[in-house]
Design a protein around this ligand. Structure first.
Ligand SMILES: *[C@@H]1O[C@H](CO)[C@@H](O)[C@H](O)[C@H]1NC(C)=O
Ligand SMILES: *[C@@H]1O[C@H](CO)[C@@H](O)[C@H](O)[C@H]1NC(C)=O
Ligand SMILES: *[C@@H]1O[C@H](CO)[C@@H](O)[C@H](O)[C@H]1NC(C)=O
Ligand SMILES: *[C@@H]1O[C@H](CO)[C@@H](O)[C@H](O)[C@H]1NC(C)=O
Ligand SMILES: *[C@@H]1O[C@H](CO)[C@@H](O)[C@H](O)[C@H]1NC(C)=O
Ligand SMILES: *[C@@H]1O[C@H](CO)[C@@H](O)[C@H](O)[C@H]1NC(C)=O
Length: 344
């Protein structure tokens, strides 16, 4: 249409031509064609922009159709319909996906716990994502990393599949979580991320595990390879042969440090949707794993892990200077760590 209009006016100009000077005429033609050009340009760009608006509307319609009526309004915040750029969710495109974070401390069974979760077809936990320092250098890199994970775009070996219904990570509280707790709680509450606290009740056992693990890191009794977790009971027996000596001068303050950190983490994140688990309870009582699945709103399954516990039996047989340790902890708030019965 605009093209026709331009040709017609050019023709009528030519008819009138002889009355004016050639220079003036050329100027008129030039200005006219410029105006025409601008007009065509503006019409075309309007068409392009209205097309993109239509596209956006279409996308919104598709996303809307994913919101299934059985999701209660109070639950809406906690579900997403991610559109990962790295793969297609195919037949599960409209299955809601929930976001979670396992907040824990080192040597508290979180590795074992995570393999249990990942044995569920609909759960994908990406491991200790923030053990990589650049990812936790500031709140922007943290948010960027979390966005990637919760959009199913985080590329790890985690058993990601198109029917993942709960996606998350394992996050040690000393990995930037405490420094940036305000922003992270804010992120969790606006993006609907659920918190799974996983701590160990017996911090003395945890300490033995840390000491043994760091011994193993240096001595490597298994053929020169370091293993912080093991899948064979023979290996576990070799690893547990080592009995650490605990420094009794710093024992109480070391235990208090961890105890305080755990209490602080619970305090900071208590405003998020959360569940609190203790490693010892999960080991003793498999029903806790059903609680977790209900919490993540995934179908209940029997979860399994091939990991074998390294330290079995009485704590007294695992510490070189047990008598000193006992004397040090008697009459302190940590006395119960000496007597607690943990058959594992
Ligand atoms: C955050 O850290 C990244 C990587 O270390 C850096 O490139 C970026 O500039 C930092 N951003 C802010 C706001 O400090
Ligand atoms: C994801 O990881 C696989 C293998 O580790 C690699 O081949 C692939 O290119 C990665 N994809 C992206 C988008 O980074
Ligand atoms: C769980 O995964 C299966 C396929 O592995 C899929 O059919 C099912 O819809 C998924 N469940 C949820 C709640 O997404
Ligand atoms: C040590 O390595 C040898 C040869 O690679 C292998 O046959 C053996 O099973 C290994 N032992 C353990 C305890 O891993
Ligand atoms: C215990 O730790 C303190 C402080 O780090 C240190 O000064 C002391 O030598 C340690 N004692 C033993 C027996 O290793
Ligand atoms: C096991 O866990 C379930 C769910 O948390 C709880 O109701 C039950 O009392 C526990 N059983 C024992 C023996 O502690």
């Amino acid at each position: 249409m605009p093209d026709d209009y331009c040709f017609i006016t050019k023709d009528s100009l030519i008819v009138k031509a002889p009355k004016r000077s050639p220079l003036f005429l050329r100027m008129v033609v030039l200005i006219f064609s410029m105006v025409c050009g601008l007009y065509i340009f503006s019409v075309c760009s309007k068409q392009i922009s209205s097309q993109t608006v239509e596209n956006i509307l279409n996308i919104q319609v598709i996303q809307k159709s994913c919101e299934m009526p059985e999701i209660e309004p109070s639950e809406r915040l906690y579900v997403n319909f991610p559109k990962p750029t790295t793969f297609s969710r195919e037949e599960c495109e409209c299955n809601p996906v929930r976001s979670f974070a396992i907040l824990s401390t080192q040597r508290s069974g979180s590795g074992w716990f995570e393999t249990l979760l990942n044995s569920h077809t609909n759960i994908s936990s990406n491991g200790e994502v923030f053990s990589v320092k650049p990812r936790r250098s500031n709140i922007s890199t943290i948010v960027e990393t979390l966005d990637n994970i919760y959009n199913l775009d985080f590329n790890t070996s985690a058993s990601m599949n198109e029917c993942t219904a709960a996606v998350g990570l394992k996050w040690m509280v000393n990995q930037g979580l405490m420094q940036h707790h305000e922003e992270i709680v804010d992120y969790f509450n606006t993006r609907g991320v659920s918190t799974i606290f996983l701590f160990r009740r017996n911090l003395l056992r945890r300490m033995v595990s840390i000491l043994a693990n760091s011994y193993d890191q240096n001595a490597k009794p298994l053929n020169g390879t370091h293993k912080s977790h093991t899948h064979s009971s023979k290996e576990a027996a070799i690893l547990s042969r080592y009995k650490p000596t605990i420094n009794t001068t710093t024992l109480i303050s070391d235990l208090k440090l961890v105890d305080d950190m755990v209490k602080k983490a619970l305090e900071f994140f208590k405003g998020t949707r959360h569940i609190i688990l203790y490693y010892e309870d999960v080991v003793k009582n498999q029903t806790k794993l059903m609680d977790v699945q209900d919490f993540l709103k995934v179908p209940r399954r029997d979860l399994s892990s091939r990991q074998v516990k390294i330290h079995k039996g009485a704590l007294s047989s695992q510490v070189e200077n047990w008598h000193d340790v006992k004397k040090t902890l008697k009459g302190t708030p940590y006395q119960s760590f000496l007597v607690e019965d943990h058959k594992g």
